[in-house]
Design a binder for this molecule. Structure first.
Ligand SMILES: [Zn+2]
Length: 156
């Protein structure tokens, strides 16, 4: 993680300074970060709710939820995103666990449809050969149509 900036413009480093006596350059940890923000409650906070299941609507039930409800945390871009943009490239991160947005899943689905249409398979060798054959049978034009439809769904 890189330094954050509050709405007031004040900066907060998430790491101890390089010349820190006992933990040079170490991550400060959630408790210290929260305390530096003046948000640490007198009765403390658990690190996280059991099984990462916070009560809906709560923003101060645990350290994890409290930090991830801070505007500077939620608005922070990943270092990877910054690096990609710095080199003048475009990027597109797919929503996690939403396979329909990823065109490679459509390619895979098309392959599976052809595989099923080929009928019954009796050996592993036959299956491997048919998988390769089905992957090769999805035309490049078809793959490009997946990619194009994906980008059109974003921009239209
Ligand atoms: Zn929680």
């Amino acid at each position: 993680m890189h330094d954050s900036r509050f709405s007031t413009g004040k900066s907060q480093s998430f790491y101890f300074p390089d010349d820190h006596l006992s933990m040079p350059s170490w991550f400060k940890g959630m408790v210290i970060i929260i305390a530096e923000r003046g948000l640490w409650p007198a009765d403390g906070l658990p690190v996280q709710c059991p099984s990462f299941c916070c009560s809906p609507g709560r923003t101060n039930c645990c350290c994890r939820r409290l930090l991830f409800s801070q505007p500077d945390f939620t608005g922070q871009k990943l270092q990877l995103q910054k690096a990609i943009k710095c080199y003048g490239h475009l990027y597109d991160f797919y929503p996690k666990y939403y396979c329909k947005m990823n065109f490679i899943e459509q390619y895979w689905g098309s392959m599976k449809l052809q595989f099923r249409a080929m009928g019954h398979i009796t050996t592993m060798e036959e299956m491997e050969a048919k998988v390769v054959e089905c992957l090769d049978d999805v035309s490049l034009l078809h793959i490009w149509s997946f990619i194009l439809s994906f980008f059109l769904s974003i921009f239209l």
